[in-house]
Design a protein around this ligand. Structure first.
Ligand code: FA5
Length: 331
């Protein structure tokens, strides 16, 4: 093969092997052996040549043509194999069962919160919420706990800086008693579910941030008997059975008399569930009510403790650790 044909062969084979798609391969192939391809034109030119030259050159050109066709055929097969491989990798068996999606669930404390609200709403209670950052006035003073009163030590408080600005993370939901009474007139029935914060060490039944439900009922002749009836009805509905409760005397500056409410379920000891009492006359006066005409009861219940009792959880900290193995039980 003369030099020129040798060059065409090398170039054609290299271009053919470098093709990455059928389309590219076809274009290369046609540039040599298509109707106006380089080799085709040379084949056509043979007819004008003297017979001897035509023979020699014709055989060389036909050899070249065969080489190009062979190389193109091989490349076509190679592309075919790759295509099958790629398609094989992307192939999806739509009849295969899928991986089930992980199902989320409502956090047990949220669920308990909803249940608490439903039960009290059914008894005619209004539901309200208040700020987590509270003023000293609402968290303490208006609740009959003046500055420097030893009762302030009952609640270990997170003070916001600077301390003399008088802002705290509310230590209980009781400030909402004041805020609500300032805006409403008796008779009233209210619950306030919400988060509270205390600067204290944690243990099985104590957390530094937990949830309470405040309850307040004010009207004419509201008495401890009303409180017992309401709280008894609540426990029965919440636990779906009668539960044993007891009232112990307890001190809270904003009630008089005050008591602690304990409850016991089969197989468990007594657990303090709530602080409660008859609203102190000073508190009624602060919001402009006349203690001679109206009376009321108030309570502050540990919502996390209700969840502990309901689901037989022996450590309150589990509710806040976000451990998926624990939370999965409540799906
Ligand atoms: C109070 O916070 C009063 N505000 C309750 C009250 C309201 C009394 C209205 C009278 C009238 P006490 O600090 O005891 O009280 O908390 C109330 C309830 O919250 C407790 O009975 C308990 O169930 C729950 N509790 C208290 N401390 C924690 C804590 N660290 N972790 C989880 N639950 C707690």
């Amino acid at each position: 093969m003369d030099n020129e044909l040798e060059q065409i062969k090398t170039q054609a084979i290299s271009e053919i092997q470098g093709s990455t798609t059928y389309h590219e391969l076809d274009t290369v192939f046609r540039s040599y052996l298509g109707r106006k391809g380089r080799v085709t034109l040379q084949l056509r030119a043979l007819s004008g040549m003297p017979i001897e030259e035509r023979k020699t050159r014709g055989s060389l050109l036909n050899g070249l043509k065969e080489n190009i066709e062979k190389a193109a055929q091989e490349k076509r097969s190679a592309l075919e194999t790759n295509k099958n491989k790629e398609e094989g990798a992307a192939w999806i068996d739509i009849t295969r069962p899928g991986t089930p999606l992980q199902k989320g669930s409502v956090h047990p404390l949220t669920r308990v919160g909803w249940e608490i609200e439903d039960i009290f709403v059914a008894m005619g209670f209004d539901v309200s919420d208040g700020p987590h950052v509270e003023t000293e006035y609402y968290n303490f003073e208006a609740l009959n706990i003046p500055a420097n009163h030893p009762a302030r030590d009952l609640w270990d408080t997170f003070w916001l800086k600077p301390k003399n600005a008088g802002y705290v993370l509310r230590t209980h939901t009781s400030p909402m008693q004041i805020r609500y009474m300032e805006k409403h007139q008796p008779p009233l029935r209210l619950i306030v579910p919400g988060r509270v914060f205390r600067y204290e060490a944690t243990d099985q039944s104590h957390h530094f941030q937990f949830n309470q439900v405040e309850g307040l009922m004010v009207g004419t002749d509201v008495s401890v008997a009303h409180f017992r009836a309401v709280i008894g009805e609540f426990f029965e509905k919440f636990f779906g059975t009668r539960v044993e409760t007891r009232l112990r005397p307890g001190f809270f500056p904003f009630v008089e008399p005050g008591f602690e409410v304990d409850m016991r379920r089969q197989g468990t000891g007594w657990l303090e569930m709530a602080g409660a009492g008859m609203v102190h006359p000073n508190v009624l006066k602060v919001v402009g009510y006349d203690p001679q005409k109206v009376s009321g009861f108030a309570f502050g219940m540990g919502w996390d403790r209700l969840a502990m009792m309901k689901y037989h959880i022996d450590d309150v900290r589990l509710f806040q650790e976000g451990d998926i193995r624990f939370l999965k039980q409540f799906v």
